[in-house]
Design a protein around this ligand. Structure first.
Ligand code: F2R
Ligand code: MG
Ligand code: MG
Length: 349
């Protein structure tokens, strides 16, 4: 059982990295054209089939922040928000050109200026006090799901506190919580048994319903959008017969943007949809299919592919990753080691 958990921890950390590395060259593009989909297919085939001398795919902010969070959890063996904030700031100033979100950089500048005396204020100031609803909280959350793999309430509490370092809008926070819960659910499922997509979503709906119904949040506004509704939309898309929904329909329904509300549910959908073959994606491997599919939808490709990879990797485990593909992704050895260190922390606690 420990061997399976080890494989799943590795799979989730590597899923973030692979989705980010392979997806980032396409970030910002519309749904890929048939020509670009062929390029992507060939790129995956090449990365999985040919040995290069060195890694060829660089990671971006998604993996940089995931690494910082994982390193903090390993070093501190608990959630230490000040330490995590320090690592985010340090990592940003060491490598500012990793493709960070346009506004989150202001948070790093303010955190550095106040010498981490106030770790919450800078994020609260974003967007005139509204806070960011970007997917930056969700894109980096996977290590927390590993750290709290068997504790639902702790995961929600920690995910909120950790996300608030940069994102305080409820869509930003709840998007990170939803992504964290999806990874956690994947971790405890048996990959040799067929996954019931509908009950996977139902479990998430039940959990998000409790979070979004919290009256301390102002969800009673009638026009307020909720993750619960986005999850119901996933169920409808999954139940479509034949070849399943067209890419355009998925993009129109779930979105592929920088907003967590329009990207986290998309990642969950990509994971679930890829259980079965998808037209135009030629692979027998459902993990690769999930990541490749997420990229073909376009938009925020590195982040949606990374979040899809985190969930799918947590379900299938490390074995489903092509060793050559991993070799071509920057720092894959470091990400595997971080997964092992996280497992040591949680199993020795
Ligand atoms: N930044 C990017 N991609 C775009 C630039 C790269 C491109 N390839 C290029 O050539 O320049 N990617 C990375 O950013 C996303 C994560 O962002 P994060 O950490 O959430 O940052 P931020 O700045 O807080 O929010 C991102 C955008 O969301 C919109 N937004 C958020 N809150 C808002 C609010 N309250 N009101 C209005 N808009 C809000 C803004 O457009 C922000 O810029 C990932 O994709 C990562 O890969
Ligand atoms: Mg990025
Ligand atoms: Mg992105």
């Amino acid at each position: 059982e420990l061997a399976l958990l080890k494989s799943k921890f590795r799979g989730s950390m590597l899923g973030v990295l692979v989705g980010d590395c392979v997806g980032s060259p396409y970030e910002g593009d519309e749904t890929l054209t048939p020509g670009m989909k062929t390029v992507l297919q060939q790129s995956f085939d090449k990365l999985e089939g040919i040995e290069f001398k060195a890694p060829v795919m660089q990671f971006t902010d998604d993996s940089a922040m995931t690494r910082s969070l994982a390193e903090s959890l390993v070093e501190r063996k608990s959630l230490d928000v000040v330490d995590i904030a320090r690592r985010f700031v340090k990592s940003y100033y060491q490598e500012p050109n990793r493709g960070y979100g346009a506004s989150v950089v202001t948070v790093f500048q303010k955190l550095r200026a106040n010498k981490l005396k106030d770790t919450l204020g800078p994020a609260k100031d974003q967007y005139n006090g509204l806070g960011s609803f970007g997917n930056g909280g969700a894109m980096r959350i996977a290590p927390l799901s590993l750290f709290c793999y068997n504790d639902h309430d702790k995961l929600i509490d920690y995910a909120k506190k950790e996300t608030e370092i940069t994102h305080t809008h409820k869509w930003g926070i709840n998007g990170a919580i939803l992504q964290a819960l999806a990874v956690q659910q994947s971790l405890i499922l048996n990959p040799s048994e067929e996954l019931n997509a509908s009950s996977f979503v139902d479990d998430l709906i039940e959990k998000m319903d409790k979070i979004e119904d919290d009256r301390t949040e102002d969800y009673f506004e009638l026009d307020e959008e909720r993750y619960k509704d986005r999850l119901c939309a996933i169920k409808e898309l999954i139940s479509m017969d034949g070849d399943g929904p067209h890419d355009e329909k998925v993009v129109q329904t779930l979105g592929v943007g920088l907003n967590a509300l329009y990207s986290v549910p998309t990642a969950i959908f990509c994971f679930l949809r890829a259980q079965k073959p998808i037209k135009g994606i030629k692979t027998d491997n459902p993990l690769r299919r999930a990541i490749q599919y997420a990229i073909t939808l376009g938009g925020d490709t590195d982040t949606i592919a990374g979040m899809t990879g985190a969930i799918a990797g947590a379900f299938y485990g490390e074995e489903k990753f092509s060793p050559l593909l991993l070799k071509h992704c920057e720092s894959s050895i470091q990400f595997r080691e971080l997964a092992d260190k996280l497992l040591n922390v949680v199993t020795q606690a």
